[in-house]
Ligand binder design. Structure first.
Ligand code: ZN
Length: 309
C-alpha cells in the first residue's frame, strides 16, 4: 500500500511528497500488530540512484513469493524527491545535505520538519537500511557503514548481509546528524549501505545487496524463502586513504574490488597538454581496493582510492 510519509506545500501550488510502499503479510488489514518490520530507505542524496534498483528488486521477489513474507517491508525510494528529479545531491534551492539534518525538529524549518517526519515514520522499525551510492567521483564495492559508537550492537546482523566489508567509522555518512546515527541513538538498529557510483545503477551490486537484505529478513523471521549463504565480510575500523599529490587527470590501472600489493602501480596522473606523467600512484599498503576514482580530473588532495589492509 502506497502511503504519504510527509507532504509539504511548495511556494507555487505544488507539493513535496515523500512516499513509501508498505508491504505487509497482513495485507491491508489491521493485523500488523506484533509483526516484524524492516525499512529500506534511499534517495536522500538525489544523484545517488543505486538504491532505486534495490527497491524494485525487493518488491519483484516478494511479488513472486508473497507467501514467504511474514512481516512488514517498508520501502522509501525517494527521501529527497526534488533532488532525484533534478539530479541534485542536496535538497534543491536550499543546497543543504539532508543527511546532516537528523533527528530534525517538527516546528523548525521546512528541512527540519521533513527530517522529523521521516524519523517519526521510521520509528517502530526493527531494522533500517539507508542505501547510498558514493559520489560521482569514486566507485565503491558494496559495503556496510556503521557508526563507530554503535558497532557492537550492529555487527552480528551486518555479517548476515552478504556484503564485502563492514566499516565501523566516524566518516560523514554515519556521523552525528545522519539518519543512521539518529536512529541508532534512539535504539533503532540502522546501517548505511554504500556501493557503486552516483548517477548509475550497477545491477550486479544491487542484486548482491538484495540477496543480503533477504538473508537478514530470514534471520529476523520475516522470510521463509531460500536465501544465499552470506559472504564472509572484512571488518575494519580504519582505511588507508590514497590522495593525489598533483593536479591533472587520473588514469587508473586497477579496478574497484581488486586485491592490490604494496608498491603496485594503481594508476598515473597525467598532463594532457605537455604529454607527461606527473605522478605514478603507488599502493602504500597491500589489501582490498574498495574505493577507486572514476572521474579523472583531480586536484591536489583528491581522493584516488581506499584500501583495507
Ligand atoms: Zn549518499
Amino acid at each position: 500500500m502506497i502511503k504519504t510519509v510527509v507532504s509539504i506545500g511548495l511556494p507555487v501550488d505544488e507539493k513535496l511528497l515523500i512516499k513509501k510502499n508498505s508491504i505487509s503479510s497482513a495485507g491491508n488489514t489491521e493485523k500488523a500488530d506484533g509483526l516484524k518490520r524492516i525499512s529500506i530507505v534511499t534517495g536522500i542524496h538525489g544523484d545517488e540512484l543505486e538504491g532505486q534498483l534495490v527497491c524494485f528488486e525487493i518488491q519483484r521477489r516478494i511479488k513472486e513469493h508473497p507467501e514467504c513474507l511474514t512481516g512488514i517491508v517498508d520501502i522509501y525510494p525517494a527521501l529527497n524527491p526534488l533532488g532525484i528529479d533534478s539530479v541534485t545531491r542536496s535538497l534543491p534551492a536550499f543546497d543543504i545535505d539532508m543527511n546532516k539534518t537528523f533527528p530534525g525538529f517538527n516546528d523548525g524549518t521546512m528541512i527540519e520538519h521533513l527530517a522529523a517526519n521521516i524519523m517519526q515514520d521510521l520509528r517502530g522499525s526493527d531494522f533500517v537500511i539507508d542505501i547510498h551510492a558514493s559520489s560521482i567521483f569514486v566507485r565503491e564495492i558494496p559495503q556496510i557503514r556503521i557508526p563507530f559508537k554503535f558497532r557492537e550492537k550492529l555487527i552480528d546482523k551486518c555479517k548476515l548481509m552478504n556484503l564485502d566489508l563492514i566499516w565501523a567509522s566516524q566518516s560523514s555518512s554515519v556521523s552525528e546528524n545522519t539518519l543512521a546515527y539518529a536512529l541508532n541513538d534512539e535504539g533503532i538498529d540502522a546501517v548505511v549501505i554504500d556501493m557503486g557510483i552516483a548517477m548509475y545503477c550497477t545491477k550486479e551490486y544491487c542484486n548482491q545487496v538484495t540477496d543480503g537484505i533477504f538473508a537478514l529478513m530470514k534471520n529476523l523471521g520475516m522470510w521463509s524463502g531460500d536465501v544465499v549463504a552470506a559472504k564472509e565480510p572484512i571488518y575494519a575500523e580504519s582505511a588507508c586513504i590514497i590522495t593525489s599529490k598533483t593536479p591533472g587527470l587520473f588514469i587508473r590501472e586497477v579496478k574497484c574490488g581488486d586485491k592490490v600489493e604494496k608498491g603496485q602501480i594503481l594508476g598515473s596522473v597525467i598532463n594532457p597538454l605537455e604529454g607527461t606523467v606527473k605522478e605514478e600512484v603507488i599502493a602504500p599498503e597491500s589489501g582490498l581496493l574498495f574505493t577507486v576514482r572514476e572521474y579523472p580530473v583531480v586536484e591536489v588532495g583528491s581522493l584516488l582510492g581506499r584500501i583495507f589492509r
